[in-house]
Design a protein around this ligand. Sequence first.
Ligand code: 4NP
Length: 171
Amino acid sequence: MRHVKNNPKSILFVCLGNICRSPTGEGIFRSYLQQHGADQEIIVDSAGTIGYHQGKPADARMRQTATRHGYDLQSRSRKITPADLESFDLVIAMDRENLQDINHVHAAPTASVKLLSHFLDDQWPTDVPDPYYGGDEGFEYVVDMIAAAVPKIYEHLIGSEDTPNGRDNDS
Ligand code: 4NP
């Protein structure tokens, strides 16, 4: 039997379709945990604010780019639910539109909801740019921006209190 901590922390990455940016967040975060022997410490998942791609794997272009960087994207698209905003400790929105949409899913989430760029310095944009309708460089940028934020998100999650401390939305 694998040892699983009694009360692991949990993190949910959220974008619009849950086929590009948030699966990349989930995959890079999971890889970071594995590299640091911490994969039993934190539950990792991703979701979208729309259910249009429900059940689909990550976009093939996104998976190819992630694979080139050493990340395996395993997610299946699903839509975020109100229960997610009560069960996860930390919810990471890829852009400000995602953040607004999340706030419409639950009026008073117990999860801490933050923009990914909250964990980055000013050289990065506020929003992780949506790569869906663009070229290859957009997918590369998604990997670079998320990979830069993941260690800081990890430190934040591990350093935070066990009990979510109420509404903590970030904009
Ligand atoms: P994601 O990218 O939000 O990063 O998964 C998108 C995926 C699908 C669509 C838009 C963005 N779409 O319009 O179907």
